[in-house]
Write a protein that binds this ligand. Structure first.
Ligand SMILES: Cc1cc2nc3c(=O)[nH]c(=O)nc-3n(C[C@H](O)[C@H](O)[C@H](O)COP(=O)(O)O)c2cc1C
Length: 282
């Protein structure tokens, strides 16, 4: 049950003003009324906006409410520097990712906004042999596809109608050579894979997972850890089937993969960043 401590409440009504679910009503100078507690979406706006910590909310016990430390928030300039210098640095080494950094990355993912605060995103971290299994499944899928599309019979049609795929075949065979030598080109030799999934039936899986991805990505960058979006693996997963994808990535039951990130310690950092040309201006 949500309640308001009448002794602490300053009667400012801010809780009623910010609540997106209209749980509270407020008359000027009065203690707000908790009119529709069942509408609460557990977003915590009311507890966070209350200067007096007068709202007692079962989902937000006082030990989980923290004063914002404004001095720790990056300046626009430092945030811009982080975003501009962030790179999909593919020089990943076998060095382990520090445990604390990994847990910061996961925590950052869970801080992202979700539609109606539904918080259905689950972040799954894979390491060791599990990554090899993802690599192998991806590589085998693309080799099978290439085997069909580049067969003597299909090759002319592929060249004519699937020009992009045809052009990418050379890249695939380069990947295959690396893979046969024990490298993991599809997963960029990542030492961790981070999967973002939501229940299959949920409507905002793409949006919520990719917002979580971006938070995690910037946190990784702040820790000096490489992160690369695993589009190739995600494409393979579309075709290899739900069950196999869920098994490979250890997804919760009935979950769908919406984003996948490879992480690892880079061999070196880039000393420069260049302004990204906007394609619309090219
Ligand atoms: C949806 C998406 C899919 C991607 N898939 C891959 C991938 O499978 N392998 C890879 O090495 N990089 C992948 N990338 C990384 C892009 O190639 C990279 O972001 C882009 O070249 C810009 O480089 P930057 O991230 O260093 O700025 C992907 C990026 C996005 C947004």
């Amino acid at each position: 049950m949500i309640s308001i401590d009448p002794n602490d409440c300053k009667r400012c009504g801010r809780c009623a003003r910010v609540c997106p679910a209209a749980v509270y009503t407020h008359e000027k100078g009065e203690i707000p009324v908790i009119a529709k507690p069942k509408h609460c979406i557990q977003c915590g706006h009311c507890t966070d906006v209350c200067e007096a910590n007068a709202i007692l909310h079962p989902d937000f016990p006082t030990e989980n409410i923290h004063k914002v430390q404004r001095e720790l928030i990056p300046s626009p300039q430092s945030l811009m520097e982080l975003m501009k210098s962030r790179r999909s640095n593919r020089t990943i080494t076998p060095a382990p990712i520090p445990t604390e950094a990994l847990s910061d990355i996961v925590e950052a993912a869970y801080t992202a906004p979700t539609a109606e605060n539904s918080r259905k995103v689950v972040v799954t971290v894979l390491q060791g042999e599990d990554i090899q299994a993802v690599e192998d499944a991806t590589m085998r899928f693309f080799l099978r596809l290439a085997g069909i599309l580049m067969s003597p019979l299909m090759r002319p049609l592929t060249k004519l109608f699937l020009r992009n795929l045809y052009n990418e075949a050379a890249e695939l065979y380069r990947f295959e050579r690396k893979w046969r030598k024990g490298k993991r080109p599809c997963t960029c030799n990542g030492t961790a894979l981070v999967a973002f999934s939501t229940p299959r039936s949920y409507d905002f899986g793409w949006q919520d997972c990719n917002l979580a991805y971006q938070n995690a990505s910037l946190m990784a960058e702040a820790h000096g850890i490489s992160q690369i979006y695993m589009g190739l693996v995600q494409t393979a997963c579309k075709f290899i089937g739900r069950k196999k994808t869920a098994r490979l990535l250890h997804l919760p039951k009935n979950h769908k993969l919406y984003a996948l990130m490879a992480l690892g310690m880079p061999a070196f950092y880039y000393p420069n960043y260049s302004d990204k040309p906007r394609k619309s201006n090219l």
